[in-house]
Design a protein around this ligand. Structure first.
Ligand SMILES: *[C@@H]1O[C@H](CO)[C@@H](O)[C@H](O)[C@H]1NC(C)=O
Ligand SMILES: *[C@@H]1O[C@H](CO)[C@@H](O)[C@H](O)[C@H]1NC(C)=O
Length: 140
């Protein structure tokens, strides 16, 4: 094969690889909840427009904070089992938006050192009577 053709093929392969949709996989982790005041946030300060109207938002633990790059990211979260005497609400998956950093919260989360800390609305959608739950989460 002539060299120029080989180069063209290589370029094509490279392009195809780069065009593959990013496969975002699901991870296991833990979630807690937090209550108001929800502002100021580490991502957007006191901006009242930062919260989705669904009230499904969350604060990122250090493992997913990503130096602030996680601000605005959306995650699908479901409950796989509850810690303590609580329980998961079956078949509930929520989509939450990161607006804050757990270390920066003005209210104490229901449990320390979780992967993510959910707004009350978000947490109550996937679990009952639990202070923390095991989750599967996936970036959207
Ligand atoms: C949670 O979601 C994952 C996909 O992200 C799915 O594989 C798993 O079965 C779900 N678990 C529950 C308990 O809903
Ligand atoms: C949850 O989903 C599974 C699989 O789709 C179904 O068999 C089960 O009945 C559902 N449970 C509830 C409480 O909706």
């Amino acid at each position: 094969m002539e060299p120029s053709r080989t180069r063209t093929r290589l370029l094509l392969v490279l392009l195809l690889v780069m065009m593959q949709p990013r496969l975002s996989r699901a991870y296991v982790g833990t979630a807690a909840s937090y209550s108001p005041p929800y502002t100021p946030t580490a991502c957007y300060g006191n901006d009242p427009g930062q919260f989705p109207s669904s009230n499904l938002f969350a604060a990122a633990g250090e493992g997913i904070w990503d130096n602030g790059a996680s601000c605005g990211r959306q995650y699908l979260v479901n409950c796989t089992s509850a810690l303590g005497s609580g329980f998961c609400i079956p078949n509930q998956t929520i989509q939450v938006q990161i607006v804050d950093r757990v270390l920066f919260l003005s209210s104490r989360p229901s449990c320390d050192d979780t992967t993510i800390v959910l707004s009350m609305t978000a947490f109550d959608t996937i679990a009952k009577f639990a202070s923390a739950v095991n989750i599967m989460y996936q970036q959207v």
